[in-house]
Design a protein. Structure first.
Length: 391
């Protein structure tokens, strides 16, 4: 066994589940986030009380089955922030997985276990989920490649729901080639046929302004370098319309209403079962009124229409993947909360619009990784993976 670190792995094997004898992913070591069903094993959702009541799954999630059929081996079931409802990468019950790219700092969540396993070299790729940034943030903090696909493009069957209107299967890897290999299996064939080459890279000043000063400086150079490498024309705009803060509040409200629908009954029946940060988030979700939900959803839908209209088929939007580098594990709570808020304002944009978003490990701030995010139009997932391969 490569590690016994229970902050990274809930279950681990050599392998835990073997894939098909042949296939395009033959021999690939996969870390599976503990929100995907793995037949014969329990689904733990990052919470020991939930795990204690769980029965072994009778079937794999769609994504797990597809990757096993393609020859990947499941190295283990990796930890997650509780119910995938956090961006930090910490867990009050199992601990904080290490971040080898930024020692002493959080790995980002909620796909924290898969990100740590891949960054540590204990897995080649991580299968996770992304509702509001759960693949993109750990990819940014750990210096990895990550993809949140177009909403609805990859079946979420057998994956624990958080907020179904925004949930996606998602994955990360140390290199662009491995990220694309998983995409070849998980994405529908021919989905990007007729896709025009990307020609324009949009940069919105109000989005870049959300990040730390060091990130803003690194982003300018990284965006220029990427555009030059890909032959893209940078188009700078002051804003994509709407206030980033209002968008984030609306998204959090709409998401929270769905989170409570999915898990509120269990949470109510298990007082004290959640860690403090996640417990507070569920309390806010429980308090969302029908009127607040309707108003928030209207803002989310309007934002989605505006973003899709601003993003032609041959354009991408470049933005920082996170508001700053990974916070220290023992970071001042107010500072950590400010970083999370800035990051959430960046990640909720693609989530609310249902658009694919690629994270490239293209920036460094004081020696710490920060990802460069690339958002494209619906169904441009394979084109984004091709972009990653030449970026």
């Amino acid at each position: 066994m490569a590690t016994t670190d229970t902050a990274v792995w809930r279950e681990h094997g050599t392998p835990l589940v073997s894939g098909a004898d042949r296939g395009p992913l033959q021999g690939l070591r996969l870390a599976v986030k503990d929100v995907h069903a793995v037949a014969g094993h329990r689904l733990g959702a990052g919470n020991p009380a939930w795990l204690a009541e769980a029965e072994p799954q009778t079937a794999h999630s769609w994504a797990v089955a597809a990757l096993l059929d393609a020859g990947a081996d499941i190295t283990g079931i990796a930890q997650t922030d509780e119910f995938a409802y956090s961006l930090n990468g910490t867990n009050a019950h199992y601990g904080t997985p290490p971040n080898p790219a930024a020692p002493g700092r959080v790995p980002g969540g909620s796909s924290s276990g898969p990100a740590a396993a891949v960054a540590l070299g204990e897995a080649d790729a991580g299968l996770g989920s992304d509702t509001a940034g759960s693949i993109r943030v750990p990819s940014s903090y750990c210096g990895l490649y990550g993809l949140r696909p177009t909403h609805g493009l990859v079946p979420t069957t057998g994956m624990l729901p958080l907020a179904p209107s925004f949930d996606t299967v998602a994955w990360l890897a140390r290199d662009a080639g491995t990220l694309a290999r998983l995409g070849d299996v998980l994405l529908p064939a021919g989905g990007d046929e007729g896709q025009r080459p990307f020609r324009t890279a949009l940069v919105a000043a109000d989005l870049v302004a959300l990040a730390d000063e060091g990130v803003r400086e690194a982003f300018g150079q990284a965006a220029a370098d990427l555009a030059e490498r890909l032959g893209l024309r940078i188009e700078e705009v002051p804003s994509l319309g709407g206030d980033p803060g209002e968008r984030a509040v609306a998204f959090a409200t709409a998401q929270g209403a769905e989170v409570w629908e999915c898990d509120g009954a269990w949470v109510s029946a298990h007082p004290g079962a959640l860690g403090p940060g996640v417990e507070a988030r569920f309390a806010r979700a429980a308090a969302v009124t029908p009127g607040e939900r309707a108003a928030a959803e209207a803002v989310v839908h309007r934002t989605a229409r505006d973003l899709r209209a601003a993003l032609p088929e041959d354009a991408v939007l470049l933005l920082p993947a996170a508001g700053g580098p990974a916070p220290l594990i023992d970071e001042d709570p107010e500072r950590k909360a400010a970083t999370r808020q800035a990051t959430f304002r960046l990640t909720c944009l693609a989530s609310g619009a249902g658009l694919p978003c690629l994270v490239l490990p293209r920036m460094s701030v004081a020696g710490l990784p920060v990802g460069l995010a690339v958002i494209a139009g619906r169904g441009s997932d394979r084109a984004l993976l091709e972009l990653a391969g030449v970026a």
